[in-house]
Design a protein around this ligand. Sequence first.
Ligand code: ADP
Ligand code: MG
Length: 695
Amino acid sequence: MPARAPRAADATLHHKSAPQRALEKLGLLRDIDLALHLPLRYEDETRIVPIAELRDASVAQVEGVVRDCQVRVRARRQLIVRIHDGSGDLVLRFLHFYASTQKALAVGQRVRVRGEARGGMFGLEMVHPSVKRIDVDTPLPSLLTPVYPSSAQLPQAYLRKAVGSALLRADLHELLPESILPPGLMGLRQALNFLHHPDPQTSPAILQDRNHPAWQRLKFEELLAQQLSQLQAKRERALQRAPAFRQISGAKDASLQARLLGALPFTLTAAQQRVLGEISQDLERDVPMHRLLQGDVGSGKTVVAALAAAKAIQSGWQCALMAPTEILAEQHLRKLVAWLSPLGVEVAWLTGSRKGRARNSMLARVASGEAALVVGTHAVIQEQVEFARLGLAIIDEQHRFGVQQRLALRAKLEAQELEPHTLMMSATPIPRTLAMTLFADLDLSTIDALPPGRLPVQTRLFAHTRRDEVIARIRDQVLLGRQVYWVCPLVEESESLDLQNATATHLQLSNALPGHSVGLLHGRMAASEKAAVMARFAGAQAPGRIAVLVATTVIEVGVDVPNASLMVVEHAERFGLSQLHQLRGRIGRGSVASTCVLLFGEALSDAGKARLKAMLDTQDGFEIARRDLEIRGPGEFLGARQSGASLLRFADITLDEAVLHQARRAADRLLDQHPQVAQLHVARWLGSREHFLKA
Ligand code: ADP
Ligand code: MG
């Protein structure tokens, strides 16, 4: 029986049927959502083929009258239906069926049947074809039948009806003024009608081609909504007030930034000076900064962050610096304390694992303003933490915070009377198109050169059967007083397998390196244990120093131990490309030549090979990012706004750069000239999902 397609809006008022719930699960709530749910492919039900002309292994539609319908047991119970159309007979075979199926296909019933014809025991047959009961005068559809992406609880027939009626009801009138639309674009209604119900004359190649004008229209619309939503957020923020960090004349800390610069053991690179200039300019304005500082691993973002913090502090404001993991936060802490404590700055330390009295006294000093700099994990933004005068929030590796954490942080910062400036930092260089799509609301600063004197890391590939040779290399390095990372792969399905593997390697290396300390770091350890191991690896020449650190990927980001000169990555083919690049960035930080050994297993996929090859070919983070985008596609690219990226259903930012630029220009003009239309367009396209784009 054909299901009644409900009005989408009814669904919330009454008891929901399984298909209604399934629609909701797919996010198909409003008429417009259904109208924008495009077919995966199409079936041609506009033609009937005479049974006598059916060819083996071809998909076709026939029409006939049931001659015979019986349950038989041949090896297994099945329903055998024989139909006839004047030209010949066809057997329909059902291995799964209900009693009602048998009843529905009574002798004399006229049916339209679509399926693949195959030579069977009794001539041609169709197994589990789709069958429609019809009358003599039931018309043939005149258009191709769409097949939609669906789920098990959502029958195609139901979805088709729901989409079909939503398409009629949905408000698809042209919102965009002609002056905004790029010339030659198809109308929205026309584009959707075409894609849902194409004319049967349309060739399959045209339907597949996402450059068809109908597709171009949808891509433009979608990218426009996305650009509008972000530019709007940016403009709204321009109306907020933030503390302007101007020099307090005569204050004793007035030259904190200059004193820090003077105390550093190195001078800033030109690239660091440039981005510091960009950041400083923002910080002197009374509009909140929202800036993303990107720079390849090891490019020296931390010191730029410290100098920005100094600027806030010397103007009498507090600064919070957050990192996604405790290890990383603690490493920042160590650096910042070393740089800033001698200059009289009090640094507080806040993480989830810090409890009790220590935590309370820390909170009190943050609330009183005594602690000018607060370093920690996302615990820094938890509700109980009150700042006296928070003026700058710095978020390291911001894309590794979860969407919820990022939204919470944003909410917390925006709730302040004067909104703090925000500096986000990322070591994942983002290709330009991706940055434009995902971060249109942010200003971008890029450190595009490494500090001088870095020796390039040599990268070598080894089959894992040569593990012993690799261990011999480790011994050489350790005897020279150098340190080594051994990275074990994360086995997705099983954390305990990870652990077994890492533990076994730890044991093997301990035995192979008598007299040297081998450490183990993995995700199951308590934060304090991890910190203790890291401290022993990072520590100076002390006798207890760890020479070889065996770790699961917890060392992935930010760790800075310049004396480490060799990294071994086991089953490197299992890692993502940017992950490998991040890992390799842990070495080559000191003045000695370093080597990265990528051990690979036997079963190399094409993508795995492509990743390893890219690692051999280049050390340029932007080139790596470009290749990564090619191999993986944008959906997976950034942990960052993953949800935001996957909101793009039609456009593909690796291919649609031209449309993206059109959308960007149109978004600027629309916001200037027709702000209400901009609002309507965003609501039409994004509905309630908009806030994810701002996370
Ligand atoms: P990342 O950008 O990956 O966070 P870090 O801030 O950890 O990089 O810097 C990497 C290393 O380079 C650190 O040891 C840091 O002290 C050092 N460094 C930063 N800037 C310079 C510079 N201008 N000259 C020399 N060394 C620098
Ligand atoms: Mg860093």
